[in-house]
Design a protein around this ligand. Structure first.
Ligand code: GLU
Length: 306
């Protein structure tokens, strides 16, 4: 049994990311299990080694450790390509020449909503002939690769939410710039790293049915899931720069210690009382995934609570 945290090194981790990482780590360590870090740096424009180093530093600062080397998705394209080749060999992959705009226009123009989740790909390029594909390539359009699905609904068990399910559509497997798609990479990596325990933000809840579908097609086990509710700003919006100091560095600069941040995370997870600053070992002892709060949490104002 193995847990993991898989941040995208595209910026500094904010309080919500740190809180989710803490839950992922506690979930593994409270059961004496290995814990891995995977850098999801597929987006080579935004991801950087500096962000990666800063994220690892912050995770260590709040007391989290991990087993083995940190792996990077940017170094594993060959593994995603292999999975893609297997799906293609089964006849399940097709080229899609649609831009996002094309897809939006097609959805708007359709008499009835396509099957699948909101914004689902309407299947425009599914049945192109070889000649039609050649025309599009000749016009300079690079294709993305999509999975030919049978639609349908995929269910999974979330340790907080219970059984959840969602419809799937023809997901992108490789973007038209040649970069593997997030859903494929995550499924391949969780499978190859023997991850059994996925803990992540609940903004990814709607991606999980697609990932379960890909696991089945690739013959991989479905891990257990725990989607952690996000931390929002005072205005109810997702944490962002506009909310002021939300990263460890910014908070430190504003006079809040890392211990205060850890104490806030612990309290927000119902793992500590209002005046307590428990050590990480105490949190490991107290952790019970079934007792985690199920609601969105508001970011603290450290000038009041520190
Ligand atoms: N890299 C994703 C993110 O930072 C998380 C993916 C996952 O945990 O499955 O939002």
């Amino acid at each position: 049994m193995t847990g993991r945290f898989a941040p995208s090194p595209t910026g500094e981790l904010h309080l919500g990311n740190l809180r989710t990482a803490m839950v992922a780590w506690l979930s593994a360590r409270s059961e004496g299990r290995p814990f891995l870090i995977r850098m999801e740096d597929l987006d080579t424009v935004q991801a950087s080694p500096e962000h990666e180093a800063a994220q690892l530093h912050d995770l260590s600062s709040i007391g989290l450790d991990w087993d083995g080397e940190v792996i990077r998705q940017s170094e594993r394209f060959h593994l995603y390509d292999e999975a893609l080749d297997r799906l293609a060999a089964a006849g399940s992959v097709y080229e899609c020449f649609c831009s996002r705009r094309d897809i939006r226009l097609q959805i708007d123009a359709a008499a009835s909503a396509p099957h699948g989740p909101p914004g689902s790909y309407p299947g425009t390029c599914r049945a192109l002939s070889e000649a039609e594909r050649a025309d599009r390539r000749a016009a300079g359009r690079a294709p993305a690769l999509r999975l030919r699905t049978l639609g349908g609904t995929y269910a999974f068990v979330d340790r907080l939410v219970g059984t959840s399910s969602g419809a799937v559509d023809d997901v992108v497997l490789r973007r038209n710039d040649g970069v593997p798609a997030y859903n494929l990479a995550v499924v391949v990596d969780d499978g190859l790293q023997w991850v059994t325990d996925v803990v992540r933000g609940d903004d990814l809840l709607s991606s999980t049915p697609r990932q379960v579908m890909l696991q089945r097609l690739l013959g991989l086990d479905t891990p257990s899931y725990l989607h952690v509710p996000l931390v929002n700003g005072h205005d109810g919006e997702r944490l962002a720069k506009s909310h002021g100091a939300t990263t460890l560095r910014e908070l430190r600069e504003a006079g809040t210690s890392t211990d205060d941040v850890v104490a806030w995370i612990a309290r927000s997870l119902d793992l500590a009382g209002p005046m307590e600053t428990p050590t990480i070992d105490v949190l490991v002892d107290r952790f019970d995934p079934t007792a985690l709060p199920r609601h969105v949490v508001e970011a603290p104002d450290f000038t009041l609570v520190g």
